[in-house]
Design a binder for this molecule. Structure first.
Ligand code: AHM
Ligand code: MG
Length: 328
């Protein structure tokens, strides 16, 4: 069946359930739960400047109530939706040091997420995002959650997606059969299919990197950036991974968060930033690498591990890898 533009997210998810004849609908329910939480978070973000929810976590407002940062609010909203849904047994969140064990012995799925990414942009009204990955647990149902359930390589993801709270709010996801994007219609409170079967341009002319890191990056990357400049590519860097990634996915480009002298493994987290976007990238015909290896093949060794990230148009990622190799 085709995917008519304008179909609601709910209907779309339902129609796609037939792609998985033996599926029980639990994965679909998780996607719906995430969509619901994202609507609530979207509402909180839109009123952030008006209400007491921006500002430092732990401070109190004039009524003496405790204020919470939006990233904390988002974490609570997503965790609550995933807990109530009943399909998830464990959550890994950027906001929580430890695995959140939901003590749900019938939950088949694990969710890794960054509930609100782009922290430096939250309080200044610039695009931010939610990123998520969904895995099937590997230990038997009914037994306690183990680390192997939550630390699976990205190539084991069953679904991944992001929500971009930008000039419009979008939810983009994949279940391994292509990528589809939905735009939120505020007045109706629904996501509608607006970007069916998203495909990234194979090559591009945008490079996105924090050039303030220049003195800390290696020679190969300096060379690659110089090459981008020599080709008159455009530099575009919002400093909000989801927004930078989304733009480059649509227009063609590369996003880089490199290894630096201060942070040899880069800044971004493997489990709920790099893997999720890498799965989407590959499903849209783009690529994701740590500079040498495919992101999705990295075997995680810790929950919040970081990785350098080169993600975007396949030709650009290839060229970047090659330039790094040649400079070694
Ligand atoms: P966060 O998880 O603390 O929000 O950090 C991740 C963000 C990304 O969204 C963004 O691309 C990057 O950090 C920007 O980092 P920098 O300010 O070092 O360029
Ligand atoms: Mg983050």
């Amino acid at each position: 069946m085709g995917s008519p533009v304008g179909i609601t997210l709910d209907r779309f998810i339902k129609s796609k359930q037939d792609d998985f004849p033996f599926a029980s609908g639990e994965l679909s329910q998780i996607l719906r739960d995430i969509a619901l939480a994202s609507k609530i978070v979207n509402r909180e973000i839109n009123r952030a400047g008006l209400s007491n929810i921006s500002g430092a976590y732990g401070s109190t407002n004039v009524q003496g109530e405790e204020q919470q940062n939006l990233d904390v609010v988002a974490n609570i909203r997503f965790c609550r939706a995933l807990t109530k849904g009943g399909e998830v047994c464990a959550i890994v969140s950027e906001e929580d040091d430890e695995v959140i064990d939901l003590q749900n012995s019938s939950g088949k799925y694990v969710v890794a997420m960054d509930p609100l990414d782009g922290s430096s942009n939250i309080d200044v009204n610039i695009s931010i995002g939610t990123i998520f990955s969904i895995y099937r647990r590997v230990t038997p149902l009914g037994s306690p959650i183990q680390l192997e359930d939550v630390m699976q390589p990205g190539n084991k993801q069953v679904a991944a997606g992001y929500v971009l709270y930008g000039s419009s709010t979008m939810l983009v996801y994949t279940t391994g059969r292509g990528v589809n994007g939905f735009t939120y219609e505020h007045s109706l409170g629904e996501f509608f299919l607006s970007h069916p079967k998203m495909k990234a341009p194979l090559d591009g002319k945008i490079y996105s990197i924090n050039e303030g890191l220049d003195s800390q990056i290696d020679e190969g990357l300096k060379q690659y950036i110089a090459d981008c400049k020599a080709k008159n590519f455009s530099a575009r860097y919002i400093g909000s991974l989801v927004a930078d990634f989304h733009r480059n996915l649509l227009k063609g480009g590369i996003y880089i968060y490199p290894s630096t002298t201060k942070a040899p493994k880069g800044k971004l987290r493997l489990l709920y930033e790099a893997n999720s976007l890498a799965f989407i990238a590959e499903q849209a015909g783009a690529s994701a690498s740590d500079g040498e290896n495919r992101i999705l093949d990295i075997i995680p060794d810790s929950l919040h591990q970081r990785t350098p990230l080169y993600i975007g148009s396949t030709e650009m990622v290839k060229t970047a890898e090659q330039t790094l190799r040649e400079a070694k």
